[in-house]
Design a protein around this ligand. Structure first.
Ligand SMILES: [Zn+2]
Length: 386
């Protein structure tokens, strides 16, 4: 080591003595450029990758997440204001003291969506009848498309930008929560089940492309439904491990997409806490023993909650809180950054359950306000001095 340093330093000093400007171009400028390149490697330049202030929580939310449309939203089984209600419950708890404690994402643009979606599919959303099929609200077909774009699709594009941003924040802080997102039925060429954009696929693909050293991801999909969207998108991709725990007797029953599931756990109607939590804990641990991802996307759907008209499972509110704790504890034990997205589950009480779960994660020390440095620990450190 000493001889190498001497070999570099001695000629540098000589050059500097003879000609300061020559030294600047030969030594100082390349060094500065190297540092700038290092900085950009750690914080990749990308429009959707906003910077989090040190005092902010890596919690992503925008008031425009919430869908309101001339009262039509009341015709849907979903509480379309769920995301805002989660945010308000967190504020009421004093975990969030002001709106600026969290970060607002940007709306994913067509150009960004096209990195996963086909032009054909995005073009199809310019027809209200197709949006009606995706959102499962038939009356949307009768509304002029410019209004559908503004009141329905824009909130979903914002939530998609939120999941993409959350991936970057998790890699910096160790964890991030998008209060929206989790559109796991949408794939590159088709939406469905209220999922218009493939936010999970987009977040993973952008992290792989933009964040140096990030090349393996795990999706832990614990929504009541099978995550056939990301499964179709990552079919045959050995860099993405998919653990999916779902009720096999409900939508979408996508047999082709099941081939992409690395670890499949099918549940029966009415599954209760004890069986569910035992299965989640066992399979999350086994998955992390089998595969070593650079980050986890946790699709934390709450339609597993008892009484959900779509999920048809019987998990209690405290069971959901315990489930989320198991997943975050496993990520923490394995030192793997984790993103949580809220996905399905739209009963009137659901927002309170999600907020209570986030508060519990905070109380257990699993989502500290500031956790710098995990990226440097977790990701490969490239050095020139071998
Ligand atoms: Zn679901």
């Amino acid at each position: 080591m000493f001889s190498r340093l001497t070999a570099i330093a001695a000629p540098t000093l000589l050059v500097y003595k003879r000609n300061r400007w020559r030294a600047f171009f030969l030594v100082i400028l390349p060094s500065r450029l190297h540092k700038m390149a290092e900085a950009s490697r750690k914080s990749p330049e990308f429009r959707l990758y906003l910077k989090l202030k040190p005092e902010q929580w890596p919690i992503v939310y925008h008031p425009t997440y919430n869908i309101g449309f001339l009262g039509l939203e009341k015709l849907h089984p979903f509480d379309s204001k769920k995301w805002g209600n989660v945010f308000r419950h967190l504020q009421a708890s004093e975990m969030l003291k002001s709106d600026s404690d969290t970060i607002e994402p940007l709306e994913a643009s067509d150009e960004e969506l096209l990195s996963v979606h086909t032009e054909r599919y995005l073009g199809s959303l310019r027809w209200s009848i197709n949006v009606a099929k995706v959102t499962e609200v038939p009356l949307v077909a009768l509304i002029p498309n410019f209004l559908v774009q503004r009141r329905v699709l824009k909130p979903l594009r914002l939530q998609t930008g939120g999941t993409i941003l959350a991936a970057k924040l998790a890699l910096e802080r160790g964890w991030a929560i998008n209060i929206g997102g989790g559109f796991h039925h949408c794939h590159s060429d088709q939406g469905g089940g209220f999922c218009a954009y493939a936010d999970i696929t987009l977040a993973i693909k952008f992290a792989f492309n933009k964040c140096d050293g990030v090349e393996r991801a795990m999706i832990i999909d614990l929504d009541a439904h099978q995550g056939n969207g990301h499964e179709r998108d990552f079919m045959g991709n050995s860099n993405v491990y998919i653990l999916d725990v779902y009720n096999s007797g409900i939508y979408p029953m996508d047999i082709h997409a099941k081939k992409a599931i690395t670890r499949k756990v099918e549940l029966r109607h009415g599954t209760k806490d004890d069986e569910y939590l035992q299965k989640v804990e066992h399979h999350v641990e086994e998955a992390l023993n089998e595969f070593n991802p650079h980050f986890i996307v946790f699709n934390a759907g709450t339609d597993i909650l008892e009484g959900d008209p779509l999920g048809n499972l019987s998990i209690t509110a405290s069971g959901i809180i315990k489930r989320d704790e198991i997943v975050f504890q496993a990520a923490c034990d394995h030192n793997i950054p984790i993103i949580m997205v809220t996905s399905g589950g739209y009963q009137q009480c659901t927002a309170q359950v999600i907020a209570n779960s986030i508060l519990n994660l905070n109380k257990k020390g699993l989502i500290p306000r500031s956790q710098p440095g995990i990226t440097e620990v977790r990701l490969p450190i490239v050095t020139s001095d071998k």
